[in-house]
Design a protein. Sequence first.
Length: 278
Amino acid sequence: MKVGVKLPAQVGSPGEWLADARAYEAAGVDSLWLSEGLVRPLQSERPTYTPGLDAWTLLAAVAGATSRVRLGTSVSVVAMWPPVLFAAVANTLDHLSGGRLVVGVGAGWEPVQFTANGMGFEDRGRRLDEFVEVVRGLWSGSKETFAGDFYQVPAVRIAEPVREGGPPIFVGAFGEPGFRRAARIGDGFICGGGGPERAAREFEKVLERRRGFGREGDFELWAQVRKPQGRQEWRETLTAYEEAGAQGLIVSANERLLDLLRNPDQEDDRSDLQVAAG
């Protein structure tokens, strides 16, 4: 089971934030992730989250501070970007990280993210499909023009990708349109939460649709999970999601997680000071 850690998109002290990233890498995690929270409504009838910093800029900083872990978004509403610009930016980040980038995408659920950028919310899924097609074409060296419902792109090229075809694209989703999208165009699927039973159902739906599209080859199944409250809960979480078919978990960074990862066989949580003192 691979373990990924989602770093906070709100950064108090940049030095401490990057130190945490290095500490998680040293603790053996597979990957470090950031979620999209760049734009939030000023007023809303329902609770809304505090805006975070740009995930792609933050990942560039993490790329320079680490050497092994994969770097990803879980997930980013990439269609807020112009696709050609995004393809070049993500390609740059993949170069900086030595080919460690995972592009996690989602259609989005917050209307203001689109209306604030002059886009329609209702057609966000079809826009994302075209967006990925344009980006993948640029990463693959396509010499063709692109003419779609949302994007008209002339024959252009960007810097040579560090990996053939560019970084992998994982699709995060909560419903049927997203499951089909993950099966059709994704290199992996990220389940948004809800427990191992829900993850198992969603994994099977995506794999079934993937078989229906005749797609074979490597495909990763990941799930976002809540913060563990202790070692026993963490062990049970790992076991339950492995049985559900997950290949990796994404857990939010928190004050207890580093100790759980560093000292998995200890029965009690220990502070960093206690660890250092032996």
